[in-house]
Design a binder for this molecule. Structure first.
Ligand code: F6R
Length: 255
């Protein structure tokens, strides 16, 4: 069973820089790389770092193509709390990505099944994902693949758990978090050629321990990552606090 490479670094800003380095290398070797991107609190520093590297000419996103992992059902670019709006605000508007190269599932479509199929097709037509950057939910979800999602799932509509809705309340000013979302599947994620999972803060300590130590099982979606040959976990010391040998700045066994 492949073991993920693991980098444990001192703090969240450093973790963002490690992930930015990995991404920079991918884009350097493939300027039209296809990325899968997360939203949420965790990647905010990463997007700041990438925007800065783009500003100083260190990373060129001109030919890069991006696919977001998920979107709320009912959301469009203008809705408060939508991931499209999040990405515009925190990343797309700050770098030289071409808008036509940035895809997000359209949660406002009436035929959601057709939209899921269209999204999978777009990823396929782009040649697949070179690098998927993930966060992780406290119940082990990746994208919005909640516990119980089959490992071979493709883009689909999910009922979001109460726990995950609560964790996302901060991004909805009226506190009304949608009950459903669209997400790429675990199978879609596992097809990526390379996967980086970023986890920071003490709230992720338990889930990170489960990710590395619990059995591989759909009841813990992120455990699927241990089936992938090229996964790199990047954690700060708080998120790594419950791992067997936490050591700040260790950079433990990156491949
Ligand atoms: C969001 C996504 C989710 C988040 C996860 C962690 O696009 O893919 O899996 O990564 O819910 O969210 P934060 O970073 O807010 O703790």
């Amino acid at each position: 069973m492949p073991n993920p490479a693991l980098s444990i670094v001192e703090d969240a800003p450093r973790a963002a820089r490690v992930v930015a380095d990995l991404l920079e290398n991918v884009i350097r070797s493939r300027p039209d790389a296809v990325l899968a991107l997360p939203t949420g609190r965790t990647p905010l520093r990463l997007y700041d770092e990438l925007a800065e590297r783009n500003r100083v000419g260190r990373i060129d996103f001109h030919r890069v193509r991006t696919f977001n992992l998920d979107e709320w059902v009912g959301a469009n670019r203008d809705s408060a709390g939508s991931y499209a709006r999040f990405m515009d605000e925190h990343f797309f508007s700050r770098v030289n990505l071409q808008p036509r190269n940035c895809q997000i599932p359209d949660g406002s479509r009436s035929d959601l099944g057709a939209e899921c199929a269209r999204y999978e097709r777009l990823i396929r037509e782009a040649g697949g994902i070179d690098l998927a950057i993930l966060g992780i939910g406290r119940n082990g979800h990746i994208g919005f693949n909640e516990p119980g999602t089959p490992f071979d799932s493709r883009t689909h509509v999910v009922e979001v758990t109460a726990e995950t809705r609560l964790a996302n309340r901060w991004s909805f000013p009226d506190g009304r978090v949608p009950t459903r979302a669209m997400t790429v599947g675990i199978g879609t994620i596992l097809d990526a050629r390379q996967i980086v999972l970023l986890a920071t803060g003490g709230a992720k300590a338990n889930v990170l321990r489960c990710l590395l130590e619990d059995p591989i099982d759909p009841s813990f979606p992120a455990s699927a990552l241990r089936l992938h040959p090229c996964v790199h976990l990047v954690a700060d010391s708080l998120a790594a606090a419950r791992l067997a040998q936490p050591a700040a700045d260790s950079g433990r066994s990156p491949r």
